[in-house]
Each structure stands twice: as structure tokens, then as C-alpha cells.
Design a protein around this ligand. Sequence first.
Ligand code: KG4
Ligand code: ZN
Length: 330
Amino acid sequence: MTSNTQTVLGLETSCDETAAAVVRRGADGHVEVLSSVVGSQIAAHAPYGGVVPEIAARAHVESIDGIALQALKDSGLGFGDLTGVAATAGPGLVGGVMVGLAFGKAVALARDLPLVAVNHLEGHAVSAKLAADLPYPFLLLLVSGGHCQLLSVEGVGACRRLGSTIDDAAGEAFDKIAKTLGLPYPGGPALEALAEGGDAARFPLPRMLLGRKDCDFSFSGLKTAAARIAEGLTTEAERRDLAAAVQTAIAGQLAERSDRAMAAYAVEHEGRDLRFVVAGGVAANRAVRAMLEQTAAARGFTFTAPPLAYCTDNAAMIALAGAERLALGI
Ligand code: KG4
Ligand code: ZN
């Protein structure tokens, strides 16, 4: 099947955001986000310091229809203008995934549209394409609350893993360390705010997997070390400095492994344009972005990161992943 224009309703309910979006992908690959609505459940989970699956599932049921209708309204289109529906089918919290997927199936069935079941990670992988012209192939660092991986992305659905975390994801490390610093959920953005102006050199933190030459990550030792230091802190300045040290350590590890992956990727893609993309919630962190951007430039890679709104969970990335598959007749 040849490429064609796709107008897709995307649905994302795999964690604590109920999201819907309408994305148009032209036959030439040009992408237009016609609407993107994200309903956050942060307030519902905040008292518990993390996402409670039962609360998340119920909140998705309550809001999915309203949010999907809002996305259509914002796009100026009706159900009759759609060429397909795409919903996150995993990985994620099963109660939430089922809500979005079943809702998507109902729409597809009622409107006689194809339904694409999208892998959440594939959504993050294409998120940088929502605002920038980014052809395949590219090297991807996917850093979110649940994942931390380096992937060689060759085309639609064609990913090869070059490295991944052997324990926690980077976002998880941000969240857990933020908690030991007494910061509210979600911890990543709160820790970034606290770290501002801090002295990252005041508290030395361990560098993980030093002896290894692969592209794997590890954050659990860092977490333990930071928690031990946090216990003894008394002043706000100390907390700020520890937050800065943690942020620098995480960004440094991400950059170091990415550098290693870039070296290997460059050999495999000799003579081709070298592109490095960072995606996932942690890509919203400015220190992380800055360090990765530097690393990419030093290795001769162009650097692309999604706008902040497309870093964290959203449905536009799910709609685009679906549109790319539909365009290929998958
Ligand atoms: O991609 P995402 O929205 O959800 C998952 O699929 O996991 O990522 C959420 C993660 C959380 O761990 C959150 O703390 C982290 O991304 N995050 C950040 C920042 N914004 C979000 N971490 C560090 N700095 C930030 N500014
Ligand atoms: Zn995500």
C-alpha cells in the first residue's frame, strides 16, 4: 500500500494521564497536531506520593469520553473525518490501558474505522516528530518514569536495543530521591526546581557501572547514597546542593552511555546523517537536555528533543504512531 493522508484519534491511558488527540499525517509525512488534550490526575494521587493503580483506572473511566470529545472539538473535526483510531495497548497499568483500548475499540466499531494498538514506547519514540521534521533512522534515548533505554530506530516499529537500565528507570530515580528530600509527587520536576542554583560538587555521589563498557544504566546505588545523605541534612541550602548533585549525576550517566551508543551507531551508519533524539518525561529536564545536546554535538549528531508538552505522556504521540502504521497499511 502506498503512503496516504491519515487523520487519527489517539488515546493514552496507560499511567496517570487521560489523554486524547487528533493528528494529521500527510502523504508526504508532514505532521500536524490538530488537538492534544491531557487530563492530569496528579491531584488525585498526590496524597499517596505516587500513582495508585485503582484510583487511576477509575479516573480514566470517568474522564475518557469527555476528553476524547474535547480533542475532537478542538480539532474542528467530527468522527466522520477520521481515518483511524490509535490507543495505547501497553505497557502500563492494566486497568488504565483497558479503559483507553476498550474506548478506542468502541469508537472504531461504531464508525467502521481501523484500530491500531500502539506500544507506549513506540509513541515516545515518535514524539519528537510531532514538532520537527525527523526522518528515520535515528538513535533514541528513551527516559521516562518506567523506562531507560538506548534504541537504534530504523523505521516504523523497527527498533534495536543498544542498552537499558539494569534496575531503576531514570525518572523513577528522580521520583524516589525527590521523596527522600521531602518533595511532592511527581518528584522529577520538583527536584529540578529545588536544584536551581545548587552546588553539585558539595556532595560526591557514586558513579555507577564504572568498569563496564556497554550502554546499560544503573541508578539504585545512587538512590541509596542520596537517601543516606538526605537523612542527615538540616538546612535548605544543603537540600538544594544534594538535589543539584543528584541531577548532575543522573544527567552525567545518561550522557556518558549515550556517548558510547553514538560511537557504535556512527560506525553502523557510516556515510549517513547522524541523528540523536531524546524522549520521555525525563527529557523535560533542562540539565539533562543540555548535557545530551553537548554530547551529540561533540559526536557530530544533530540533536532533537520534543517540546516539553510532548515529553511527558500525551496522546498526540500515540495518534502519530498509529498514523505511520496506517499509512504503510499495517
Ligand atoms: O514519560 P512519562 O510522562 O511517563 C512514563 O511513561 O513514565 O515520564 C514521567 C517521569 C516521572 O518519573 C517524572 O518525575 C519525570 O518523568 N520527569 C522529570 C521531569 N519532568 C518529568 N524528571 C526530571 N526533571 C523533569 N523536569
Ligand atoms: Zn510515558
